[in-house]
Every structure is written in structure tokens, then in C-alpha cells.
Design a protein around this ligand. Structure first.
Ligand SMILES: [Zn+2]
Length: 200
């Protein structure tokens, strides 16, 4: 049993190995932080959790407790086992990247989830073969009139968590999204740390 809390530092990423049958709890420590989440098959990083394939498999755009997230080979990789938040997450938006911030006129280099994924995997001696669309935990992107998107603050509370069950050996990676121009990490535009714990 290993319930040690691992920090996802503010504006940074962190990755870890997860064995089939283990669980990972992803905690919104301060309540208003989006956590971009990826999972790659341990045997073959070119197979990874895919939002496009998961939406087909789930027949919805936001996973609910009991839903399985699947890979680009349509194999279950994570099951959403618990969710103490109001259940608002996003599967539609790509990870933020340098180009997103250039378009937002951030000025100079801006931390971003894409680079955070690469850094987090590098710390394990790994490199992602591409940047899959992440499961954006706690991200609140309402779909209005069946077609229009808005960028809203999370509706989660401090300490809310989601718990995933690993369906295969995988690498999970998280980024505490550094978005501080659009209020997806709360209206005070102050990205914070989050935490995760691996449960044997
Ligand atoms: Zn981001």
C-alpha cells in the first residue's frame, strides 16, 4: 500500500508508472486547478489514452464514474472509479502549448502543458511519441446550444479527487495547467499545485 502524496507543482508536470490493478487518485488540492492527464501503455508508448476513441467508447463527451477510457487501439487503459467533484471535466481541448500562448499574446516563453508532459516523461527516461489530447480533469468547458464552447472556472472544491483504476501497465502523466490568461484555472488567474497518489 502506497498512499504517498506526490506533488504536481504549480505550472509543472509529473509522471509515474502505474501497474495494472493499481489505482491513482488525482486531487484538486486547492480546488480551482485543471490537471491535464495522459496515459501511455508501458509496453508501447505509441499506444495511449485517446479522447477521440474514448468518446466513441463512452458515447459521451465527459466520463462518468464507471466509464472506461480507451487507447487509440480501443483497449481500456483507465477506468474512472470515483469522482468526488461535480464531475465536470473536458475531453475536447488540446493541451496548451507555446503556440496557444503566442496567439494569446503572452509575450515570451510561457509554461505550457505540452512541454510539461515532455519534461515529466523525460524525468522517467521516456519521450512521448506525440502529444495526445489530454483528459482535462476539472476543466469546465460548457457546450452551449450543442455547438458553442466557453472557457469557465472549475466548479470543483479544494480536496476533490478522481480515482482511476489502471486496466493495463501504463505511464500516467499530469500537468498542473499554467493557463493564467483565460480563467480556466479560476477567476483569479493563479495556477496552483495539485497532487496525486498511487494506491496499490
Ligand atoms: Zn494547459
Amino acid at each position: 500500500m502506497d498512499n504517498e502524496l506526490i506533488a504536481i507543482p504549480a505550472r509543472r508536470g509529473k509522471a509515474a508508472h502505474l501497474k495494472r490493478g493499481q489505482k491513482v487518485k488525482v486531487i484538486n488540492t486547492h480546488g480551482q486547478q485543471v490537471v491535464d492527464t495522459w496515459a501511455f501503455c508501458a509496453d508501447d508508448l505509441k499506444e495511449f489514452m485517446s479522447m477521440e476513441h474514448s468518446r466513441t467508447f463512452m458515447e459521451r463527451i465527459i466520463p462518468q464514474v464507471g466509464d472506461k477510457l480507451v487507447t487509440n487501439k480501443r483497449r481500456p487503459i483507465l477506468t474512472l472509479a470515483e469522482d468526488t467533484s461535480p464531475g465536470i471535466h473536458d475531453t475536447l481541448l488540446a493541451a496548451c502549448d507555446r503556440y496557444r500562448y503566442e496567439l494569446l499574446n503572452a509575450g515570451g516563453y510561457h509554461d505550457n502543458c505540452t512541454d510539461n508532459l515532455v519534461s515529466a516523461m523525460k524525468a522517467l527516461g521516456l519521450a512521448p511519441p506525440e502529444i495526445p489530447s489530454p483528459l482535462n480533469l476539472y476543466m469546465n468547458i460548457p457546450l452551449a446550444d450543442g455547438r458553442n464552447l466557453t472557457f469557465e472556472a472549475p466548479v470543483s472544491k479544494p480536496g476533490d479527487y478522481v480515482l482511476f483504476h489502471a486496466e493495463m501497465d501504463c505511464i500516467v502523466a499530469f500537468s498542473a495547467c499554467p493557463q493564467d490568461i483565460v480563467p480556466i484555472n479560476g477567476v483569479d488567474l493563479n495556477p496552483t499545485e495539485a497532487h496525486f497518489a498511487i494506491i496499490a
